[in-house]
Design a protein around this ligand. Sequence first.
Ligand code: BEZ
Ligand code: FE
Length: 318
Amino acid sequence: MPISAAGRLEREQRVIGKNESAAPAEVFPELTRDVIARMADAESTRLHEIMEIAIRHLHAIVREANLTQGEWSQAIDFLTRAGKMCSDNRQEFILLSDILGISMLVDAVDNVAGPGISDSTVLGPFYAGPQRELAQGESILLRGEASEPLEMSGRITDPEGKPIAGALIEVWQTAPNQLYDVQDTDQPQGHLRASFRSDGAGAYRFRTIIPVSYPIPDDGPAGQLLKAMGRHPFRPAHVHFMISAPGFRTLVTHLFFEGDEFLGSDAVFGVKPSLIVRPELRGGINTVEHDFGLARETHAGSTRPPGFVAANNKRPSG
Ligand code: BEZ
Ligand code: FE
């Protein structure tokens, strides 16, 4: 529900009132300096650098927002509930990072972009680790679904457009009931996810179904925050891709579908124009042909292994 005009006015008056008595930027500056100074023996210069920035910004939030004790308790309670929500198959902090745009910002800061290199986007919490490898052209379904069939194909190339043979192409998507297999005990494990290898011409091809838009898990603190911020939890329909090959950075991305009502309001800000495709009817089958360009690995460890493997292929019990 939108904040009322009266509520906004009261909040503004409270902030203005406090600002008159003490300019927030000037409240207790020696505390911030002291907290930072005590890191002189930090274990690494990088940790020191990041913690110094974090402390400066966290203290600035408290000053700028004129945070009350009650509001800080609420924040601590919120984070405690988020932590308690986490398990082998639920990662509430990834959801929070996603809905606040942090995952996409880290992606923008850490990724290599440029000509011949495909755009990346969020990994999300439903990558489930190594998955069965299928031959070119096979279907990723483990049971029939009453959905439009879709064939996806294209080439994996280096930044100069030369084919990369033997690249690992991992794909996953939701079922028509808006759930991934790892969220749904009724689906066969591995349904709508599989891996393929590009052939000598860098080509890949597989069969699936047109995906549907779906809500991210919103039954926990991340969902409550979304609601409180007046936002919906939906993601536009997409198919996830993770593409890796020796000597190249792992590309984590999706393909979205033109016309989806949530393209402009993705709950996790993952949509990029270059990732929106329009299926074409070929021989009566919806077909998407899309090439992916991989960035060269510039230094050892510059690839991006997944940070969290949903469920470690375990499924929720009960
Ligand atoms: C997903 O696309 O699977 C996803 C991404 C971020 C949060 C939740 C789900
Ligand atoms: Fe997804």
